[in-house]
Ligand binder design. Structure first.
Ligand code: HPA
Length: 299
């Protein structure tokens, strides 16, 4: 790790502000929607028009991604008519970053005045109704990562000490996504995402446990980002790509190669869904370009 977000919240706030000002100095547009594109899902950002690509290494205090399949750059441009900021790749807790560092990009989005974020990931399918390659809307999560980006002294400028999580995955944005999928004649299931630390995949016994406690999907990302977004009042739409059936469901080992192969296979469908969803969200989200009262502008 070559960058560090300090553990004091005052540092975090001013660092996020500096990173946001830096990004705005690089572009002529004010992004309205943020995207975090997970493993193998970054190609959407290649399609943006008038795009400016900014490597994470150039953004002050930004963590650098080390995972294969993560390009590690911010792409700011237009998706159709909509100005967006898309992260091609993210960092994970299993890379050794703290939850605060993992959530730092979301803090920056908040300081950019962004009110809605589309967060994507590759996940294992626990629900046996899912098929490999399915796209699934996350409607809730179970945090089993043992970490939380809000640990430490709270900075009220980000939001509440104890933020509500009942609407962490915006119902309204999920409705919008379902409508967009319907128009595209695309199947879009819904489910609960269990987030684990990784980087080892789960054991079959862990997957049976996760199924019992109500999880439909399992992955190693997303949760710190969603918690930070929730605290800042940023509406979240989260979509998993079921890159593999979870451990023990099929009689074969799991591999990252399979994960990347599946994302490559569904790439066209995924990009089409994101394009449609962003157009619909943009016409739905109106809001101030400065931080609102926490939790007031969601859903
Ligand atoms: N488990 C955890 N994370 C994952 C998986 C999985 O099966 N597939 C893709 N990311």
């Amino acid at each position: 790790m070559t960058t560090s977000t300090t553990t004091t919240s005052d540092g975090e706030f001013s660092q996020a502000e500096l990173a946001a000002q830096f990004l705005l100095s690089q572009v002529k547009i004010q992004p309205q929607i943020a995207l975090i594109l997970g493993s193998g899902l970054g190609s959407f950002a290649d399609e943006l028009s008038d795009a400016v690509r900014i490597p994470y290494t150039n953004i002050p205090f930004f963590p650098r991604s080390t995972a294969i399949g993560h390009a590690g750059q911010m792409v700011i441009g237009y998706a159709g008519e909509v100005p967006v900021a898309a992260m091609q790749g993210r960092v994970h807790l299993y890379e050794g970053y703290s939850a605060q560092q993992v959530a730092f990009p979301v803090r920056v989005f908040g300081r950019l005045g962004i009110r809605a974020a589309v967060i994507t990931n590759a996940a294992g399918g626990i629900n046996s109704e899912y098929k490999q390659g399915a796209l699934v809307l996350i409607n809730d999560h179970i945090n089993l990562q043992g970490q939380n980006p809000l640990v430490g002294r709270n900075d009220d400028r980000f939001g509440l000490r104890f933020p509500d999580m009942t609407q962490a995955y915006s119902k309204r944005l999920r409705e919008i996504a379902r409508r967009a999928a319907q128009k595209l004649d695309m199947n879009l299931a819904e489910g609960v995402y269990a987030g684990l630390l990784g980087p080892s995949y789960e054991t079959p016994a862990e997957i049976r446990h996760l199924r019992t406690i109500g999880a439909d999907l399992v992955g190693m990302s997303t949760i710190p980002e969603v918690i930070a977004a929730s605290q800042m009042g940023i509406s979240v739409l989260a979509i998993s790509c079921v890159t593999n059936m979870a451990a023990g469901l099929l009689d074969k080992p799991l591999s990252h190669v399979e994960v990347l192969e599946t994302t490559e296979r569904v790439r066209g469908e995924f990009v089409a869904l994101l394009r449609a969803v962003i157009a619909e969200i943009a016409s739905d989200v109106t809001g101030p370009t400065t931080l609102p009262n926490p939790q007031e502008h969601r859903n």
